[in-house]
Design a protein. Structure first.
Length: 474
């Protein structure tokens, strides 16, 4: 028999990791912000007749939390076990917050008025008929919008981050296709990549019926003569289109009616009622620089399995409900543990900022850095950081805010925020009679250790809302 036709048997050993039902449920719960978890708990209580909510400890080992006093803490996990030596343990204590969301619920405030900018965009995204793949891209774009409603990251970077951190294979062209869906959202102009694009989107969306016949001209000027507009060269625009002084004034008036910061139209409403954001974790810093980390369980009730059910455990359907209740309580405990471990790691890396409030001290940090410290899966860290907010002495921020990108310097890696700060300081100190041009700014940044090109400086200057040197001249 030919050698090639001989059949052989080989015994190989493969290691396959199977997620338990607890892990699957915990991974779903960890994605939820506090408000979503509150709804999920209410649903589970309604569907499981043997799951009870109370404010007293029964000592059965399945109590998840005490929403009133903070005494019913999760004792299944010891935070110190996550650190190999005593020196590695952070100098803060873990405690639970009693929360004050119950008071907020009774203040008669309209929930529509207290939605965050992010929540309102996500609500509009929910009405789009998209595939799961496209939905994830859209939600990631929304999560990367600045407070002004503009998208500061280039599309190739968005595509790379989706591929690396979320295992979602995509291209810049595909991201741009989804971005154009975001441009149809309210307020008009949201999702634009720069000021010019923002105003053009608004012009196309609104139509400006109040000035009949002028919208086509306004759109043409925005698209073709942006450099003249940004440099206030209206004489050139008048000559190019043979306009009268009245027509020029009308165009300028229409441009001033456009909103350069579409996110502010929602942000101002949100800022007038801080209750629209419920922080999932709270970070306090005392005068000695000690950091105290709190998991905000709000008014979540104490969960336990009914004692009556334990007496009827031999009955099949009762046993199923008991197991379901134990599984749910255990998954909530796991959620708490996962969020706390993640926040411990973030505090460990961003301690200097949290103690001082100085944004220039934010360290470059990636999701995989946190995954490495916590020994958690990258997808788990990503779930924790999505849709979660942390309250600090310097404001309430999305967890994603602490993850800064990196730029190479001649001496060390620094965050983009640090480079922004250096650029602002240079411009603040410049001679206003002869403002520095972008090339000069690049040279001065290089002297400070930032290896940046002129085009990069121009991009950062635009992100900071700083006009060109000609516009800064006094």
């Amino acid at each position: 028999m030919p050698q090639s036709l001989i059949q052989q048997q080989k015994l190989t050993q493969e290691q396959i990791q199977l997620q338990t039902a607890m892990q699957v449920l915990a991974s779903k719960l960890v994605e939820l912000p506090l408000e979503g978890l509150r709804e999920r708990v209410a649903t589970e209580l309604a569907e499981n007749p043997y799951l009870e909510a109370s404010s007293s400890e029964s000592g059965d080992g399945y109590i998840q939390t005490d929403g009133g006093t903070g005494e019913g803490q999760d004792t299944e996990y010891d935070a110190r076990q996550d650190y190999s030596t005593e020196d590695d343990i952070p100098d803060y204590l873990l405690r639970q917050s009693s929360g004050n969301e119950a008071e907020d619920e009774g203040n008669g405030m309209d929930s529509a008025d207290t939605q965050s900018f992010y929540d309102q965009l996500m609500e509009q995204a929910g009405g789009c008929d998209l595939s799961e793949h496209d939905r994830q891209i859209l939600e990631y774009l929304i999560g990367n919008l600045g407070d002004d409603g503009l998208l500061g990251k280039p599309l190739f970077q968005i595509a790379d981050e989706l591929s690396i951190y979320h295992y979602l294979d995509t291209t810049p062209e595909e991201v741009e296709r989804i971005l154009q869906i975001l441009w149809r959202f309210d307020p008009p102009g949201v999702g634009a990549r720069n000021l010019q694009e923002c105003l053009i989107i608004q012009c196309k969306r609104k139509g400006y019926r109040s000035v009949p016949g002028h919208t086509p001209l306004l759109l043409k000027v925005l698209e073709r003569n942006w450099d003249d507009i940004s440099h206030n060269r209206w004489d050139l625009i008048r000559q190019r289109y043979k306009l009268s002084d009245q027509q020029v004034q009308m165009l300028r008036h229409e441009i001033r009616r456009l909103n350069p910061r579409p996110g502010s139209s929602m942000g101002e409403k949100a800022s007038s009622a801080e209750t629209h954001i419920t922080p999932d974790v709270i970070v306090d810093v005392d005068q000695e620089g000690n950091i105290d980390l709190t998991l905000n369980d709000g008014d979540l009730p104490t969960l336990s399995v009914s004692e009556d059910a334990m007496e009827m455990i031999d009955v099949d359907f009762v046993r199923d409900y008991v197991n379901r209740g134990k599984l749910f309580i255990g998954a909530i405990m796991q959620r708490r543990h996962t969020i706390m471990r993640t926040m411990q790691a973030i505090i460990k890396l961003q301690r200097k900022y949290l103690v001082t409030g100085d944004e220039t001290l934010l360290r470059p940090m990636r999701l995989e850095d946190i995954a490495k410290i916590t020994e958690q899966d990258l997808s788990t860290v990503s779930r924790v950081c999505n849709s979660k907010f942390v309250e600090t002495p310097y404001g309430t921020f999305p967890l994603r805010w602490f993850f800064t990108t990196q730029a190479k310097a001649t001496t060390e890696d620094v965050s983009i925020k640090k480079m922004h700060q250096a650029l602002k300081e240079i411009i603040e100190q410049e001679d206003k009679r002869r403002p520095l041009q972008d090339e000069e700014l690049a040279e001065m940044l290089q002297q400070k250790g930032f290896n940046v090109a002129r085009r990069t400086v121009a991009k950062y200057r635009e992100q900071l809302g700083i006009p060109t040197s000609r516009m800064r001249r006094e």
